[in-house]
Design a protein around this ligand. Sequence first.
Ligand SMILES: Cc1cc2nc3c(=O)[nH]c(=O)nc-3n(C[C@H](O)[C@H](O)[C@H](O)COP(=O)(O)OP(=O)(O)OC[C@H]3O[C@@H](n4cnc5c(N)ncnc54)[C@H](O)[C@@H]3O)c2cc1C
Ligand code: FES
Length: 279
Amino acid sequence: MRRGGAWLPREAEVAERVEESPGIVTLRLRLTDPEARRQYGFQPGQFNMLGVFGVGEVAISISSDPGDPERIGHTIRRVGRVTNPLVALDEGDRLGLRGPFGRGWPLDRSEGRDVLVVTGGLGCAPVVSVIEYIMARRSRFGRLTILQGVKHGADLIWRPRYEAWARDPDTEVGLAADVPGENWPGHVGLVTELFDRVRLRPGRTAVMMCGPEPMMRAGARELVARGFPADDLWLSLERNHHCGNGRCGHCQLGPYFVCHDGPVFAYSQVGSLLAIPGL
Ligand SMILES: Cc1cc2nc3c(=O)[nH]c(=O)nc-3n(C[C@H](O)[C@H](O)[C@H](O)COP(=O)(O)OP(=O)(O)OC[C@H]3O[C@@H](n4cnc5c(N)ncnc54)[C@H](O)[C@@H]3O)c2cc1C
Ligand code: FES
């Protein structure tokens, strides 16, 4: 990262805007300075601080493949003060970008192993870049299993992507919805119930989870009970971020700053902390 790049936003422009579903938008961003573009690189699982000029900044995961730094993908749910104007940006509009920040998924340690991805809701954004990464380097990884849970069938974004991933011969995709809605192709119930329907190989699999914390806690406990070592389970956590870079303490979780020590943690690091209500 360039000197001072952690604190000074770089200017980016919206190269492409895709309305994924009501209230969820993907912005593909391009840094306007060619030198900044050349230097920019990230790991799947890292995030950027995106800033709307005159409003503020928020942490947003990078959802694209690191092989395409010209169009840095962010999938954003409109929830409040900054995300409202962020999703309203149009192609050609400009914004501030700081990052990438944080520790991403343990891809080096996962090579040669099976990978199980378990996500809930918009939790899929931080793992989409890892799925695209694996798909683009398919021979380096074992069997890929992708389990996605949503509250309502209509909440599922990227259905064509799931269908494309499922066509890969060594990839299995399982979908679950609490409330299926019309033409729901998957399981009705919790995403963790899909563990009974797929081939799990404890000790030979890196597990990557993101989404609501109760889902991740339940999923991790269930996988440990099925023989998965806590060191093989990786969780992407969210806490309110301010500086995004290990200085302000807003994102503290016990001894960790989520922005700097995470957002991806091994379950062996954070399992006991996540069990403390309200921490
Ligand atoms: C590492 C990281 C990665 C993230 N990746 C994404 C992403 O890919 N896409 C995406 O849409 N969002 C992501 N988020 C969440 C996003 O940063 C928040 O939704 C955003 O900060 C809300 O800001 P706001 O000003 O729009 O809302 P505010 O006006 O601040 O708040 C609106 C509501 O959202 C709640 N809220 C605020 N921040 C968070 C948070 N961090 N987590 C949960 N609830 C929050 C508030 O309590 C309030 O109820 C990520 C957060 C982190 C920490
Ligand atoms: S957001 Fe400031 S230390 Fe993490």
